[in-house]
Design a protein around this ligand. Sequence first.
Ligand code: GUN
Length: 167
Amino acid sequence: MNSIENLISELNLKPHPEGGYFKETYRSEEEIPQGILSNKFTGNRNYSTCIYFLLESDNFSAFHKVNQDEIWHFYDGSPIRLHIISELGIYSNQLIGIDIQNGQTPQFVVKGGSWFAAEVEAPSSYSFVGCTVSPGFSFDDFELASRDRLLNMFPENNKLIKRLTRG
Ligand code: GUN
């Protein structure tokens, strides 16, 4: 297992606004014109993008959503738990990891438009994963949840929302 410090320095990861560290590793040169995208998209988008994402145990990736389906890939460290609240308000969770006999999955798709957060349950560890989206990522398609707004929408998930939002 690599160390957190090595991954951050060797791969030149930077802090991500949702928590953890990331680096974009791929952005297709070509673009999809806005006119043929659904009206959720406010401009042209690259065909696809991919990032490295690293999350430490004493941190969390706060509830956020993106327009696109997001494909998660497990690389190293401990499994990462995704908590998902669908557009219809249905809660689910999944461990992304390599221990497939115990219900973990090395790849997982979070449906576009769902609110989701992530955490590493093992203490003193990290999870190193990748996230791919198509159309390519833009912060215009990204929304970090306001705690109060999410609590209003999904009061039955209040404990989780309070724990995995920052304000
Ligand atoms: N690029 C910058 N932030 C993100 C993110 O949260 N997800 C994806 N897929 N790409 C990003």
